[in-house]
Design a protein around this ligand. Structure first.
Ligand SMILES: [Zn+2]
Length: 135
């Protein structure tokens, strides 16, 4: 299987699915504190400057739909006032902020790197990104 939702959800390395992407499971002061390399297989989690720009777009797309649809539903179907719906939307954004921020990076890395059973202690080179989810 190429893509593992479980591995992405648990913030595991996409190549070996064992090493952790982040140094601490819940670090509010620095939520994007990632390991530089996978502690298990040595995959470089920062392959190039600006690599996670794509994760920003994923995060934006998910959060905008995740906030817009319930807010519209509350206002149009359940007759909430716009102010009430905005408070709900802000609370929902606050509750999902951490998960969405980390999850979008994890999803982006999982889309770019394919699972490789034999990756343990392999040489860390650019060739690891040759075969991605899209190929
Ligand atoms: Zn790994």
């Amino acid at each position: 299987m190429k893509f593992s939702f479980r591995s992405m959800w648990d913030y595991k390395c996409p190549r070996c699915r064992k090493g952790d992407l982040y140094k601490a499971p819940f670090e509010l002061s620095n939520p994007l504190n990632m390991n530089e390399k996978c502690p298990e297989c040595g995959l470089d989690f920062m392959p190039e400057p600006g690599f996670y720009f794509g994760a920003l777009i994923i995060s934006y797309a998910i959060s905008s739909w995740m906030l817009l649809l319930p807010t519209l539903l509350l206002v149009l179907k359940y007759d909430w006032s716009v102010n009430q719906a905005m408070i709900f939307s802000i609370l929902l954004a606050g509750l999902t902020y951490f998960r969405l921020l980390r999850g979008s990076r994890s999803l982006y890395l999982h889309l770019m790197v394919r699972y490789d059973k034999s990756s343990r202690d392999s040489v860390n080179s650019a060739s690891k990104y040759d075969q991605t989810f899209f190929k």
